[in-house]
Ligand binder design. Sequence first.
Ligand code: SF4
Ligand code: SF4
Length: 354
Amino acid sequence: MRLTRRDFIKAAGGLGAALLTSPFLSKVAEAIEREKKNFPVIWIQGQTDAGCSESILNTVQPTVVDMVTDIMSLRFHQTIMAASGHQCISVLHEALKSDEKFILVVEGSVPTKDEGVYCTIGEDENGRPITFLKWVKELGEKAMYVVAIGTCATWGGIPAAEPNPTGAKPVTEIIDPKKVINLPGCPARPHHLVGVLAHLKLFGLPELDSKRRPMVFFSRLIHDNCEMRPFFEKGDFAKSFGEKKCMYLLGCKGPITYNDCPNYQWNSGLNWPIRGGSPCIGCAAESFIGSTGNGIYMRLPEAKVPGIPGLKVKADKFGTIVGAATIGGIIAHAMGRVLAHKKKKEEKKVEEER
Ligand code: SF4
Ligand code: SF4
């Protein structure tokens, strides 16, 4: 049976690691084989620790070999390619000259200060280093699609943290954002890249949100699916790391972070940070460490919420932090409970007075 877009989205967004299981993957692989279009992938790395490459290459299912042959058709990746020197850089020059369509994957943020001199890849015919900034601009303009992989490429990440000495910027500030698909995460998640590349090849551009993230992976907050949510609802909070309760008071960023970790977990579905006793540090959130950063274990803003013991949210911080809207949602939710409780009390009083 042919793989439909509907099948694909359903499986990729469903509960459990459907995308990573062999039967589903072989269905995708069959569809990819049948598909005549072949978009090569050029993967360039700028201001990055290569953690996203490592995350993708550590994937167990699909294997690295499946990825670089069947799913990606990888032409250039400066960390893993066998070629070196001019032989290797010529792949990029050729891509600029040729009419062949390709997908550009950009890992890491782009230094823009001093004409981008802080990060270079290869040299031109006169032996002058070519900046990463120039490659992103030129290859990005030529590419059919650009996948910004990881939080550094998506939001600026750690290199863009204050005082941002290299003027690090995300990919959407360097090239036309309409071409870009953002896959935030520190590191990025293997099934996000596999899913996006397979979708581009089989069905074209996936549905994206206003921040250019695929809806199938980023439409829900960690907080929405968290297994500690019942503790949050009861106002039962962990006081120390490792305690199996809601970690809101230990700085959990689940309420402001869109990602699918509770569904797919990590290490092929073995576990995920919150079940392991650590708060979500918001690695996929726009505010992660960068210029608008929340400290990793800094608690989200506090204010006293009547009727919810232990939950305090500082109202003066609202609007100054990316998560304010979500906190507003939390308060609205909490206030809803308080009002419902008040209404019940009033009804009881009326009942008693009759
Ligand atoms: S605050 Fe964090 S630990 Fe608590 S329910 Fe939300 S995501 Fe889970
Ligand atoms: S739980 Fe939070 S910090 Fe951990 S990987 Fe998922 S989004 Fe990133």
